[in-house]
Design a protein around this ligand. Structure first.
Ligand SMILES: Cc1cc2nc3c(=O)[nH]c(=O)nc-3n(C[C@H](O)[C@H](O)[C@H](O)COP(=O)(O)OP(=O)(O)OC[C@H]3O[C@@H](n4cnc5c(N)ncnc54)[C@H](O)[C@@H]3O)c2cc1C
Length: 368
């Protein structure tokens, strides 16, 4: 590897490689190009490379996108900017969440020991998360109605909620974005921010022209258009001198890869806290390393079993389950899943919290 500050070439050796590279390309954001962008006389900024000295006070800002980044940015800059427009091609589901959990405050007031409070809050959070996830599968229409009804009183009178905040996809088929204390809705109510749902036709020297013919004047355009997945930090892997083509390999339980020995990786949950899975993967790797030590086998590699010979190789993420843009546009670069254990990934925490700690370490793993 190259040391960034000195340019020095370094070489490390290890008996076991644990990839904790995250899941998106930290260097290169997803930055679509639109016609006329070069003619725009204002500033175009991607949030992944936010200039520290960006001065948006008193300026007209258009934020393209309506994901978590846009929903965080819009209320954060609305007070100082002249006006902020959240320009989206299609809506996102938002849910207002309190910044302080009432239950935790009550438990603290009762002087319940911190460890208990922590455990109670953790369980309360799972149960709530699992219930929303269950509803998204079994009663998607009821959940949609609940989300829309919860947003309605927080929005300005006459706001077209169906147009701007009612997505075409099922709740949780893409991310459900939490809005702390409904701050996005407050900014809309106070008139410092607005939402436009339309398609960009082109940039003009002074702003953006939309398919509807409307023109949005802007001094600054923030392209909160998201990121691209990175496959193992874009590191070029080789095994015994041969390059590894991850698209031809299969995930072992979403934490190791067929044909790549002594390598584990952390991939968290899409619909729950990332660290819940980081914990489970860490316990799994410790158990695996202990077994390798006990057996005196320093090498472990996931390998399809004879009964997997005709197993269909599935895309990494099933679009019916989870299909946001950043997953769909990078899917072709990702490794595959199988249709059976232990070649699956993207289970929910409710299932994995008992599955991973008890997983058979001889099934699909070969030691030497
Ligand atoms: C917009 C957004 C919102 C999110 N919201 C939530 C949320 O609300 N809750 C939640 O739990 N999770 C959320 N996540 C998921 C989030 O990525 C994880 O929670 C958490 O940041 C993952 O931690 P990590 O240490 O695994 O990876 P990261 O935080 O991504 O860290 C990976 C590190 O590896 C480094 N790295 C990568 N490749 C290389 C390389 N080739 N060489 C050297 N270094 C490399 C990176 O520079 C980085 O420092 C969100 C992610 C995004 C993008």
């Amino acid at each position: 590897m190259t040391r960034e500050d000195t340019g020095e070439q370094l070489r490390f050796t290890t008996g076991f490689l644990w990839m904790c590279q995250g899941y998106y390309d930290h260097d290169k954001p997803f930055q679509p190009r639109w016609e006329g962008m070069d003619e725009f006389r204002g500033q175009v900024v991607h949030p992944q490379h936010w200039p520290e000295d960006l001065d948006y006070s008193g300026k007209r800002v258009v934020v393209i996108g309506s994901g978590a980044t846009a929903a965080t940015l819009v209320p954060a800059i609305a007070a100082d900017a002249k006006h902020v427009t959240m320009l989206q091609r299609s809506p996102t589901f938002f849910i207002s969440r309190p910044k302080v959990a009432e239950l935790a405050a009550t438990l603290r007031a009762l002087e319940i020991p911190d460890e208990w409070t922590h455990e109670i809050m953790r369980r309360a959070s799972f149960v709530q998360g699992e219930e929303i996830h269950r509803m998204s599968k079994e009663q998607p229409d009821a959940l949609r109605a609940f989300l829309i009804d919860s947003m309605r009183p927080l929005l300005p009178e006459g706001f077209d909620i169906d147009k701007h905040f009612n997505p075409t996809y099922r709740p949780w088929q893409q991310r459900l974005a939490a809005v702390p204390e409904g701050d996005l809705f407050t900014a809309l109510r106070e008139g410092n921010a607005s939402v436009v749902t339309d398609t960009i036709e082109r940039f003009t020297p002074t702003g953006i022209r939309l398919a509807s013919g409307e023109e949005l004047e802007a001094d600054i355009v923030v392209t909160a258009t998201g990121f691209d997945l990175s496959v193992f930090g874009n590191v070029a892997f080789t095994v015994d001198g041969a390059p590894v083509d991850f698209t031809q390999q299969v995930t072992y339980r979403g934490l190791m890869i067929t044909g790549v020995p002594n390598m584990a990786y952390v991939f968290g949950y899409f619909r729950a806290s990332w660290t819940l899975r980081a914990d489970l993967v860490s316990q799994f790797v410790c158990r695996l390393l202990a077994k390798m030590d006990d057996q005196g086998t320093p090498v472990v590699v996931p390998q399809l079993r004879p009964e997997d010979a005709d197993m269909p190789l599935l895309d990494w993420s099933d679009p019916e389950n989870f299909n946001p843009g950043y997953v769909m546009r990078s899917q072709h670069r990702m490794y595959k899943r199988g249709d059976r254990e232990p070649w699956t990934h993207h289970k929910e925490y409710a299932e994995e919290r008992t599955l991973l700690p008890t997983a058979d370490l001889d099934d699909g793993l070969v030691y030497s």
